[in-house]
Design a protein around this ligand. Structure first.
Ligand SMILES: [Zn+2]
Ligand SMILES: [Zn+2]
Length: 153
């Protein structure tokens, strides 16, 4: 498993290689969704992804594809102000991939959701929360809400 570089992390490989590596057949929708997410600067909602795909693309197939990618940890997802999921390339905050343990930012003004790739969720965060015994915590998810630099002017 390759680690993301310190700079803007490039997608680990071409969409078709990525599909092969997780044992999924190449389909136009899968390739299309991966390409859209690879080119996106911020996590994208389903509608935003659909807008970039050919007009006849089936909405249900795109939903299903994003769910599959999430389950396969090809993408991770975060909710925006409107409580709908946004998707971004990368494995998400899992113990297996601590490199991706970054917080997210939701702008209350423009609604943009961002991956704060330069920030890291402190590994000691979960311990510091002193969760009661009996809870098997797998990973933390940190979403910060506020005003983004673009809206801050
Ligand atoms: Zn904003
Ligand atoms: Zn993210």
């Amino acid at each position: 498993m390759r680690r993301a570089s310190a700079v803007k992390p490039a997608p680990p490989s071409a969409p078709s290689d990525l599909l092969k590596s997780i044992g999924l057949r190449r389909t136009p929708v899968r390739l299309g969704v991966l390409t859209v997410l690879a080119e996106a600067a911020v996590p994208m909602g389903v509608q935003q992804v659909l807008d970039k795909l050919p007009e006849h693309t089936d909405t249900v197939t795109v939903y299903r594809t994003l769910n599959t990618f999430t389950a396969k940890k090809v993408v991770h997802r975060v909710r925006g102000e409107d409580r709908t999921w946004r998707y971004a390339l990368g494995g998400g905050e899992t113990a297996a991939e601590p490199a991706h343990a970054h917080p997210h930012f939701v702008c209350e003004t423009c609604g943009t959701v961002e991956c704060l790739e330069r920030s890291e969720i402190p590994p000691a965060l979960v311990r510091s929360l002193k969760v009661a015994d009996g809870y098997a915590v797998r990973y933390p998810e940190v979403t910060l809400h506020g005003v983004c630099p673009k809206c801050h002017a």
